[in-house]
Design a protein around this ligand. Structure first.
Ligand SMILES: CC(=O)N[C@H]1[C@@H](OP(=O)(O)OP(=O)(O)OC[C@H]2O[C@@H](n3ccc(=O)[nH]c3=O)[C@H](O)[C@@H]2O)O[C@H](CO)[C@@H](O)[C@@H]1O
Ligand SMILES: C=C(OP(=O)(O)O)C(=O)O
Length: 427
């Protein structure tokens, strides 16, 4: 196993290029199952989740080639298997989004149920409700979802609102199941995230008829077949936000390239309210961050898009740990997503967590410590805190970070951080 060693206190200066979105590319890769023809997906980030998804497709029978960020995938129907094994999917919850395309293409599938994870309970009841509404029968046996649609999938209206609001991968799954279904499917209370829009654009490029993606009502008119296409994945808005926080903490002229201004409005608003200066170019694809010497505390309540993303709250907590005053972070989507706080406290942060809310009193300095990453964004929060801390921090369980950050150590090193990966000899 590897660990990340960070010597804190180095100012950051220079430019970083943001990669393709992990959360957009996962369902897009799964959607390549929907056609016999090859699809070319550009700007596939080199992160372990995308690599697992490509491996799963390969094991399901797809032809997969990858070079310089471009994946070429071809899924010939009679070579594709409808079952994925627990070994294949256990590493990635997003494997649930294989359900929609496998059902659309083969009319049946067997998928291991994804478990919960450290960010909280992660049920799939809405995914099941969606596929049942299209006419599929679902059984759960020995930890597997067995789904089949003996009479094919038929379009209908499905309200996907759950207790905590819309579901992102649930919306993706239903869209992918409906593109080849008979008739029209209307998704009410659909998720509006940019990643859902990117998937809809990809499917429309393949010949699907989807309208309304990016709003809470999506209409899908089933077509007989889809064809190959070339698609470029949107920039990763969470990687962008993470580097924006790094720049707010330690920047001295950091520019981020290949960003999408429209997708990060709430993150930008919050950083601006805290006093940091953001300058976008006219196209909105490059931003320069100038940290404030007179920074202010802030308040976040996570919410579905266009609200503040839950995937950025841990990184903001790291920023607030060093921001004077009292800041408040409430996660309404994953109220248990505060594992990073106990590790930040070991570095000297003053944080109290109670019932889905963290109250953070800014301290003057953090100090480096050995810390343990518990999940993807918690790891990012620890890296950010370590960049600003006095002394050296060693972050263990780097595989969490590698799920969603492409070459993060190299990118940080290139703008002046003192970071290096090292083999961790401890068990
Ligand atoms: C690969 C990917 O894109 N992951 C993102 C996606 O996860 P994912 O799509 O799994 O998250 P959802 O949008 O489905 O979850 C939103 C809320 O709905 C609940 N829920 C979800 C499904 C369901 O069947 N029943 C149910 O109750 C969840 O527990 C959660 O409280 O959106 C999350 C919320 O923005 C992000 O944090 C994840 O990074
Ligand atoms: C929680 C995340 O991803 P996943 O849904 O794949 O666990 C994330 O990207 O922050």
């Amino acid at each position: 196993m590897e660990k990340l060693i960070v010597h804190g206190g180095y100012r950051l200066r220079g430019a970083v290029s943001i990669g393709g979105s992990k959360n957009a590319v996962l369902p897009i890769l799964a959607a390549s199952l929907l056609t016999d023809e090859p699809v070319h997906i550009c700007r596939v980030p080199d992160v372990s989740d995308a690599n697992y998804m490509l491996q799963i497709l390969l094991q399901l029978g797809a032809d997969v080639e990858r070079s310089s960020g471009i994946a070429r995938i071809q899924c010939t129907k009679d070579k594709i298997s409808s079952s994925a094994s627990y070994e294949q999917v256990r590493k990635m919850r997003a494997s649930i989004c294989l359900m929609g395309p496998l059902m659309a293409r083969l009319g049946k599938c067997t998928l291991p149920l994804p478990g919960g994870c450290v960010i909280g309970d992660r049920p799939v009841d809405l995914h099941i409700r969606a596929i049942q509404a299209l006419g599929a029968q679902v059984e759960i046996h020995q930890g597997n979802l067995h789904i089949h649609a003996p009479n094919g999938l038929k379009g209908t209206t499905v309200d996907l609102r759950g207790e905590n609001g819309p579901t992102v991968l649930g919306t993706d799954n239903l869209m992918m199941a409906a593109v080849l279904a008979e008739g029209t499917t209307v998704i009410e209370s659909a998720a509006c995230e940019p990643e859902v829009v990117d998937l809809a654009n990809f499917l429309n490029n393949m010949g699907a008829k989807i309208e309304g993606a990016g709003t809470s009502r999506i209409t899908i008119t089933g077509v007989e077949k889809l064809h190959g296409c070339v698609h470029t994945v949107i920039p990763d808005r969470i990687e962008t936000g993470t580097f924006m926080v790094a720049a707010a903490l330690m920047g001295d002229g950091v520019t981020l390239r290949n960003v999408c201004r429209d997708h990060i409005q709430d993150i930008s608003r919050l950083l601006t309210e805290c006093g940091h200066k953001l300058e976008f170019n006219e196209e909105g694809d490059t931003v320069t961050i100038t940290p404030s010497k007179d920074w202010k505390s802030g308040k976040i309540t996570t919410a579905p898009y266009p609200g503040f993303p839950t995937d950025m709250q841990a990184q903001m907590t790291a920023l607030f740990a060093l921001t004077p005053g009292i800041s408040i972070v409430k996660d309404t989507i994953f109220p248990q997503r505060f594992m990073h706080c106990s590790e930040l406290k070991r570095m000297g942060a003053d944080i109290k967590v109670d019932q889905g809310t963290a109250i953070i009193t800014g301290v003057e300095k953090l100090s480096g410590a050995p810390v343990m990453a518990s999940d993807l964004r918690a790891s990012a929060a620890l890296v950010l805190a370590a960049l600003a801390a006095e002394g050296t921090t060693e972050i263990r369980r780097l595989y969490h970070l590698d799920r969603g950050y492409e070459m993060i150590a190299d990118k940080l090193l290139s703008i002046g951080a003192a970071v290096k990966r090292s083999v961790d000899l401890e068990p």
